[in-house]
Design a protein around this ligand. Structure first.
Ligand code: SAM
Length: 291
């Protein structure tokens, strides 16, 4: 095989294996070498690093990642793609795992496969599990060098939204917890097979150098964020009161005031730092009650 991914060979292998695209698995494969190289190059990491890919499909992005970086581990849920990947990829620095990424033991995989290497994540994500995949990556607390993902264009806007804007939501805060999200470029539907209905965009999330926090702290923060956005039209007070039932409404109102927020504020106006302060106050009130 040469310096370029052999799309013709991939197409033949898909046909020979009787492959049909599964919409429910978000199977839209990229077929443009220029775009693939740009995504692979966006990890912003050095050649000695490792890359974790989620959903390699027929292996095109995997191929370009393996050209750039020391090792690529790609996790693909669809066993029908295993013979295809075996035929499209022959680089020795690639390992394919036939697993559902949502069930993968991520800590175990990183330790076993990357052994102290710096690791980035790079993926053209299946749209139907974009959020759970990113939440899993962030919740793991693993300090990836970067997370570069291609997602639907409007989802990319949500990732990069500012507090108070209509696109701002729980996922924005989760990603802010990991680092800074930047929208890099847009990719039109004609660069995929089959063509999706909407445009896609590539987003890079890089760690903001915050101190690593204990898993319990992350869990608490994420619980407060999830509660705040669980009912978007509700005020923060009502949204929190329906999750933290052990605390009365007046007590939650007191916490909101103590944090310096207006009584009728909504969750979408709070920044990550605001949520951190709020989570500290909520969980110290809960702890005081159980003492
Ligand atoms: N990387 C390829 C490309 O860019 O052409 C394929 C991207 S396609 C948008 C998403 C891929 O993710 C598909 O191959 C699909 O089978 C796979 N996938 C879907 N759900 C998955 C999951 N839970 N775990 C691992 N792979 C998954």
């Amino acid at each position: 095989m040469g310096d370029e991914f052999d799309f013709g060979r991939a197409r033949r292998l898909l046909e020979e294996n009787g492959f049909s695209f599964r919409h429910d698995l978000g199977q839209n494969f990229l077929t443009n070498a220029g775009v693939l190289k740009k995504i692979a190059g966006a990890c912003g990491t050095d050649r000695g690093s490792g890359v974790l890919e989620i959903g390699p499909g027929a292996g095109s992005l995997t191929y370009y990642l393996a050209q750039e970086y020391r090792k690529v581990v790609a996790v693909e849920i669809d066993s029908r793609l295993m013979p295809v990947l075996a035929g499209t990829l022959d680089q020795t620095n690639i390992k394919i795992l036939n697993e559902d990424f949502l069930k993968t033991d991520l800590d175990g995989l990183i330790e076993r496969e990357f052994d102290g290497m710096r690791v980035s994540v790079c993926a053209n994500l299946p749209y139907y599990v974009t959020t759970p995949i990113l939440v899993k990556l962030v919740e793991s607390g693993i300090k990836f060098e970067s997370i570069v993902v291609m997602v639907q264009s409007e989802v990319a806007d949500r990732f990069c939204a500012a507090p108070g804007s209509g696109d701002y939501g729980a996922i924005t805060v989760f990603l802010n917890y990991f680092g800074k999200a930047e929208r890099l470029f847009t990719v039109s539907p004609d660069k995929f097979v089959p063509m999706p209905k909407v445009s896609s965009a590539v987003v890079r999330i890089t760690p903001a150098g915050k101190p690593a926090s204990a898993p319990e702290d992350r869990e608490r923060l994420f619980k407060v964020v999830t509660a705040a956005f669980s009912q978007r039209r509700k005020t923060l007070l009502n949204a929190l009161a329906s999750t933290f039932k052990g605390l009365g409404k007046p007590e939650i109102a007191g916490i909101i005031a103590k944090c310096g927020f207006r009584p009728d504020i909504r969750g979408e106006r709070l920044s990550l730092d605001d949520f951190s302060r709020l989570a500290d106050e909520i969980f110290s009130s809960i702890a005081a009650k159980t003492e």
